[in-house]
Design a protein around this ligand. Structure first.
Ligand SMILES: [Zn+2]
Length: 114
């Protein structure tokens, strides 16, 4: 059994005692409370629901997103639009606002199409 220990902080693979930073994708120690690369705070991580940052996954927003996806003929088309506004998630910090933005984008696209 190969027991070679190599310290590769950024490119290491996930394993025991490791976790991936959701912010910058770096592999960090599982016990780390803060990413040492981007300073992401793991303790801020919500357990689904509201956070101080306003990452909200409330049913109303999800419903809007689903409606949006359906209105755009499926996930693939909707994804393109969503990727356009993905940056807004960080910028606005609220899925509810994003959903509003998505509706706006949807309206724009519909009008452009005609
Ligand atoms: Zn990070």
């Amino acid at each position: 059994m190969l027991a070679k220990k190599v310290n590769t902080p950024q490119t290491g693979s996930l394993g025991r005692g490791r976790k991936r930073c959701p912010s910058c994708n770096a592999i960090v120690a599982a016990r780390a409370v803060k990413c040492r690369f981007c300073e992401y705070n793991f303790l801020d991580k919500p357990r689904r629901g509201k956070t101080a940052r306003g990452t909200v996954a409330d049913p109303a927003s999800v419903e809007k997103l689903v409606a949006f996806i359906n209105a755009h003929g499926g996930l693939e088309n909707a994804k393109k639009v969503i990727s356009d506004v993905r940056g807004l998630v960080e910028y606005l910090g609220s899925l509810d606002l994003i959903a509003q933005q998505l509706n706006v984008v949807g309206l724009i696209k519909q009008q452009v199409k005609e």
